[in-house]
Design a protein. Structure first.
Length: 78
């Protein structure tokens, strides 16, 4: 017989490893997409927008609906 707690632990470890892989993959994609000059200009634009409005913003790229999209989970703290 298998131990349910052991199985649960193995599943949790597999999920953690999958998340780490996804984060590394997205980081590589992001690093290839933006040059250092673009990152600097984007940061300046976001700072200016934050100074003007007092709100924090982020800029994301719109994806093609037919492109491969990896699983993404966002947790908002309220």
């Amino acid at each position: 017989m298998t131990n349910p707690d052991g199985f649960r632990q193995i599943l949790n470890q597999a999920e953690d490893n999958a998340r780490k892989r996804d984060v590394k993959k997205q980081e590589k994609i992001h690093n290839k997409h933006y040059t250092s000059l673009q990152k600097e200009q984007l940061g300046q634009a976001l700072e200016t927008l934050q100074d003007l409005t007092g709100n924090e913003y982020y800029i994301g790229r719109k994806r093609d609906k037919f492109a491969e999209v990896e699983f993404s989970q966002v947790i908002h703290v309220t």
